[in-house]
Design a protein around this ligand. Structure first.
Ligand code: PLP
Length: 484
């Protein structure tokens, strides 16, 4: 753990205490008689981008010497610092504490909370007691979904795994999935994938990030629209999407993230899986009708041909959100009627978190054509469902002898992770433990309204909670007791 993460750990532990406790915490330099000096510092503080980036950079272990002098000056003006300036890890406590005191909770939470949320809640419960201290705890409760298995999972120290990984290192990657003759790693990946996702083809192309996988949506839209309109020279086609999806952080996915209204559909999602509240259901009846109308009207009237619809069947961008199964079935039916492909973004949800390998499998009648995946599977990419009629478009988009399809080590690691999920019955554990967590967290103030599906969970305030699939009752109880 880098010094600043350690420092954050301390800070987070402090956050979990009352404000009064913060003021008297011996771990805070700020509380050691510095109050006077602090008041002389910048009190009209704005959480601007420079500041947010600098603080998250430091939390991530970045060296202060890489920061621009003006930014360093700004950080130093926030509060009176202990000797050593930004190189002294204690001072990150001081800065975070000062920020926390000067800006509103909402501001703090929106700006820094996004980065800190998952780690913070994990650390809150580890800060003082020893039971969950260590990387396993952090991995278990991290909110970004990078890990389906804890880093401490026994498979990662299994001699067979280590020997296999070493054997792969040094082999070239390449395009054998497309051109035959799969390598050992590809073969392992293929065999495991087929067992877990019999409805989709084994992916042919892989991407470095989930964003890149989603960016394929535009390529697919073009290929689909070219075929539909019998115009191989068609220059552009568009993708529809529900508002508020994440999509990704770069390129056109970034604008999806912020929502270009022209191709955005108001999303009729709800916070609870299978909602029973009649008032909520009445709202959804109307919202779904509106959404279907919007989709049809955009497909038929858009100035640019629409080739694809990108959606998250279980939404994870602002808390957790669900659709009613009938509605998603109608969406795929409508899109297919108009020759538009449906792409399910499973980057956060794929790998078994919802109790099914892909979240879309929870929706009977909903038939996506393409599936994007990434994050916890350790490898990102796009594949097509076996039932889809857009195989030709898929072939066009994913063919070609590209430089490197994927590092063989990554594929092999992914194969091992998937195999562990299958042999450890971890998807069933996700279902059981999801229920258990919802029940047991009823006694925890901030998390009493936790809801979700399987282990894709969120608090009432929208903080994501994505435990690793092997979480045990003992860990859940420990967490409950510490978060109380
Ligand atoms: C639902 C969803 N789609 C796309 C992405 C983008 O993936 P990446 O961050 O790997 O680019 C994410 C990332 O968290 C995501 O949660």
């Amino acid at each position: 753990m880098n010094p600043f993460s350690r420092s954050l750990l301390k800070f987070s532990a402090v956050l979990s205490l009352s404000v009064a406790a913060i003021a008297y915490s011996p771990s805070l330099y700020a509380a050691k008689g510095q109050a006077k000096a602090k008041s002389a510092c910048n009190s009209n503080l704005e959480l601007d981008q420079d500041l947010i980036q600098a603080v998250t950079f430091l939390i991530g272990g970045g060296k202060p010497s890489f920061l621009a002098p003006a930014v360093v000056k700004k950080l130093e003006s926030i509060s009176e610092l202990a000797p050593g300036g930004l190189s002294n890890p204690e001072n990150l406590d001081v800065i975070l504490e000062a920020l926390r005191a000067r800006v509103s909770f909402v501001q703090f939470d929106q700006a820094l909370g996004l980065q800190l949320k998952g780690v913070r809640h994990a650390l809150n419960s580890t800060g003082v007691k020893d039971r969950f201290v260590g990387p396993d705890h952090l991995d278990t409760f991290r909110a970004w979904g990078w890990l389906l298995l804890s880093r401490e999972d026994p498979i990662f120290s299994d001699p067979q795994f280590l020997a296999d990984m070493m054997r792969q290192t040094g082999q070239t990657g390449g395009g054998s999935f497309i051109h035959g003759d799969p390598s050992y790693a590809e073969h392992q990946f293929q065999a495991t994938w087929e067992q877990l996702s019999p409805d989709t083809r084994v992916p042919r192309v892989f991407t470095v990030t989930g964003t890149d996988a989603n960016l394929y949506a535009y390529e697919i839209a073009k290929a689909v629209a070219r075929e539909r309109l019998k115009n191989p020279k068609l220059k552009d086609a568009e993708v529809l999407y529900f508002d508020g999806i994440y999509g990704g952080g770069r390129g056109r996915m970034n604008s999806i993230h912020y929502g270009e209204p022209e191709f955005k559909i108001e999303s009729p999602h709800t916070k609870k899986w299978n909602p029973q509240d009649p008032v909520e259901n009445a709202r959804l009846d109307q919202a779904e009708r509106d959404a279907l109308q919007q989709i049809e009207s955009k497909i038929t009237r858009s100035r640019v041909p629409i080739g694809a619809f990108l959606l998250e069947s279980v939404r994870t961008a602002h808390g957790v959100g669900f659709y009613r199964p009938d509605f998603l079935a109608k969406v795929s039916e409508l899109c297919h009627r108009h020759g538009v492909a449906v792409i399910a973004d499973e980057i956060m949800t794929g790998g078994g978190r919802t109790g099914k390998f892909f979240a879309y499998e929870n929706y009977l009648g909903f038939k996506p054509d393409f599936v994007t995946f990434g994050k916890g599977l350790q490898v990102a990419g796009i594949t097509i469902t076996k039932e889809s009629e857009f195989g030709q478009a898929y072939g066009r988009v994913t063919g070609g002898p590209v430089t490197l399809l994927q590092h063989t080590e990554t594929l092999l690691k992914s194969a091992y992770i998937m195999r562990r999920i299958r042999t450890g019955n971890l998807m069933q554990n996700a279902v059981d433990m999801g229920r258990y967590l919802v029940e047991t967290f009823k006694s925890v103030d901030h998390w009493s309204q936790i809801s979700g599906l399987g282990l894709v969970l969120a608090s009432e305030r929208g903080e994501r909670f994505l435990p690793t699939l092997s979480i045990t009752k003992e860990q859940a109880d420990g967490l409950r007791d510490k978060w109380k």
